[in-house]
Design a protein around this ligand. Structure first.
Ligand SMILES: [Zn+2]
Length: 334
């Protein structure tokens, strides 16, 4: 790894040595705000972005008009486009101003210069290898615990939202900024079906009418990995494809209740509206953060046009259909 990418700082080193990853990330963020002009400009702009909230049966979706996200929302992620571009997550291609902190052995945590959250990070593998949750889920859980005092962890599958499907990465964002983090227990109570429950772990399948998600709650790392693997295998079998079955994941950790893993199941990457010509086009490309209730519209015309019905229609279209969702629940239960 090129040495200059790691922020060399006595304070960060001491925070990391004490396993205080969240404080180290916060320190990195503040340091980059001082030294990286583009970053500061974009975070300052984020403070004034327009948002609008919509309510569905007592749960919230928030729409954020964020012009800086145009590039990532509209990114071409097909195999050829990815092959023909330089990988923007490989450390040798990062901007000169960018610094990071090492997380675990082979990840680096970097400030995202095109933020959605008040603090938004990319945690990318130091090796260029494909985005894959089956290979990295255990690490993902550990990291979410390490960063949990301040951040929530995000994973987007290679075929449903990852902007670099060829380079393993997660995101971390300011805790409790996505509405679902506050709404999840209500969603579970109102729309959930408990598939597995004992003193160690609870797994619920939740269908709120426009999203299909699975919630795994436990304090036991091993049990979550075991349950996730079982779900993953059953889900993979439903499609028999050679790519990872489409899912987006959010993960939080709390010292009393342990982990909450929210897995959104998908049927497609982007809605029909995305591919229409203007003026019919709506540039929304739903991934974990959007499904978590924080929907990004990079264009003002879409922000103005979006309403409750369109949001529901778009979410319903990209979410796993009810039939397969029930089928999966049966298989996981068995
Ligand atoms: Zn790469």
């Amino acid at each position: 790894m090129p040495g200059q990418i790691v922020l060399e700082d006595f304070q960060i080193e001491s925070l990391l040595n004490n396993n205080n990853y969240a404080a180290a990330a916060d320190y990195l963020f503040n340091s980059q705000m001082k030294s990286w002009e583009l970053l500061k400009k974009n975070y300052d702009a984020l403070r004034n972005v327009q948002t609008e909230s919509f309510w569905f049966n007592g749960v919230k979706l928030k729409v954020q008009f964020n012009p800086e996200r145009f590039k990532s929302t509209s990114a071409e992620v097909d195999e050829d486009s990815v092959k023909n571009r330089e990988c923007f997550l490989c450390v040798e291609n990062l901007p000169d101003e960018q610094k990071g902190i090492k997380i675990r052995d082979d990840f680096i945590m970097l400030c995202n210069p095109y933020p959605i959250f008040p603090q938004h990070f990319t945690i990318s593998s130091l090796n260029h290898k494909p985005q894959s949750i089956s290979e990295s889920f255990s690490e993902f859980l550990v990291m979410s615990r390490q960063l949990s005092p301040q951040y929530t962890l995000v994973y987007n599958g290679p075929a449903c939202g990852a902007s670099a499907p060829d380079h393993l990465h997660f995101q971390a964002g300011t805790k409790n900024f996505m509405p679902i983090e506050n709404d999840i227990q209500q969603l579970k109570n109102d729309f959930g079906k408990i598939i597995q429950e004992d003193e160690i772990i609870t797994t619920s399948f939740i269908n709120d009418g426009f999203r299909r998600l699975i919630l795994i709650e436990s304090t036991e790392h091993k049990m979550i990995v075991k349950t996730f693997t079982r779900i993953y295998k059953a889900y993979e079998k439903l499609f028999q494809d050679d790519v990872e079955p489409m899912m987006n994941i959010l993960c939080t950790y709390n010292s009393v209740f342990g982990w909450s893993v929210i897995i959104f199941l998908r049927s497609k990457h982007r809605p029909e509206y995305f591919y229409k010509n203007d003026p019919d086009r709506i540039l929304i490309s739903p991934a974990a953060i959007d499904l978590g209730g924080l929907v990004i519209t990079p264009r003002e015309e879409d922000f103005i046009r979006i309403d409750k019905e369109l949001l529901q229609q778009i979410f319903r279209e990209v979410s796993l259909d009810e039939k397969n969702f029930s089928l999966l629940a049966e298989k996981v239960k068995a």
